[in-house]
Design a protein. Structure first.
Length: 141
């Protein structure tokens, strides 16, 4: 039986779904801003949200023959900066997914790196941007 709650009140499941939609929209906004930032810096975006199985790379870009795999983190203010939110497990998944991308695109670039672009939304509504080129490499834990 489904608990529909009291009239005029949102159920817990409905609140969770709304929170997920808001979080997904915030993430898409961050990815759009990151793609714009890279494009203005002379990069060409090759892929967005590229998947291999259950793993995903937010952005794949290239400039001067170097492929850049970008993890975008977008957060509201909190105790952990958005730039520190990439866990060792996520780094392993990004590296595996990047290797799969490179295998499927063997002629694209000779070198690659892993960047993080993080956005933390300040109370005034503007994002604080942290861009970390070469944030981790193929051998980091």
């Amino acid at each position: 039986m489904i608990d529909r709650g009291e009239p005029g009140r949102r159920s817990t499941a409905s609140k969770a779904a709304q929170g997920h939609r808001e979080s997904a929209a915030l993430g898409r906004t961050g990815e759009d801003l990151a793609a714009d930032l890279l494009t203005r810096a002379g990069y060409r975006i090759l892929d967005r949200n590229w998947r291999d199985g259950r793993c995903e790379i937010d952005l794949v870009a290239i400039r001067s023959g170097q492929v850049v795999f970008v993890e975008v983190k977008t957060r509201r203010p909190g105790p952990q900066p958005a730039s520190e939110a990439v866990t060792p497990a996520q780094r392993r998944n990004i590296r595996r997914t990047a290797a799969a991308w490179m295998r499927r695109h063997p002629r694209v670039g000779a070198s690659f790196r892993f960047d993080i672009i993080a956005f933390t939304w300040r109370p005034d509504g503007d994002p604080e941007v942290t861009y970390i080129p070469g944030a981790f490499d193929a051998t980091d834990p």
